[in-house]
Write a protein that binds this ligand. Structure first.
Ligand code: HEC
Length: 133
């Protein structure tokens, strides 16, 4: 009896380990979700931009994995220096016209108002944590 049980137990253990591994992988690969009560701009950002830029704007590991270099949107010397018009143009037309081909265009998917709100949101991201508005 004991002898026959052993391979069954080993199989059960293997399946359980596989389950733990898959759950861990799913947790890591899961798309980031906006916080409850997030603003519309934050929800847009998480839904459309976080895939490459990361939920916090610092770049996602998935982008790194696919050799996409979205840079750090929270870097004040970068995003902080650009005009609202420039940021809106980058989002609307993508990076290609500006020689930054990695950044896709969202003009077809987003209304002008959404783009404006995203620009405001980018400004918030670019503020260093702890720095008052
Ligand atoms: C497919 C991946 C991808 C997605 C999705 C994406 N971006 Fe980007 N983005 C990039 C890459 C790559 C760059 C850097 C391009 C470069 O510097 O050559 C970039 C650059 C930028 C820049 C900086 C441009 C500059 O000159 O510094 C802004 C702002 C930006 N993205 C905003 C957004 C916003 C807002 C969204 C969502 C609406 C978004 N991105 C979605 C890949 C992405």
């Amino acid at each position: 009896m004991r002898r026959r049980l052993r391979p069954v137990l080993a199989l059960a253990l293997a399946i359980a380990l596989l389950g733990v591994f898959a759950a861990g992988l799913a947790a890591v690969l899961d798309t980031p979700r906006p916080r409850p009560g997030a603003s519309r701009a934050e929800r847009l950002f998480v839904a459309l931009c976080a895939e490459c830029h990361g939920a916090d704007g610092r770049g996602s590991w998935r982008a790194t994995l696919f050799l996409i270099r979205p840079g750090d949107l929270t870097e004040p010397s970068r995003t902080g220096r650009e005009s609202d018009q420039y940021l809106a143009d980058v989002i609307r037309h993508g990076g290609a016209p500006l020689g930054r081909p990695g950044m896709p265009a969202f003009g077809a998917a987003l209304k002008d108002e959404d783009i404006r709100e995203l620009v405001t949101y980018l400004r918030e991201l670019a503020r260093a944590p702890g720095q008052s508005p």
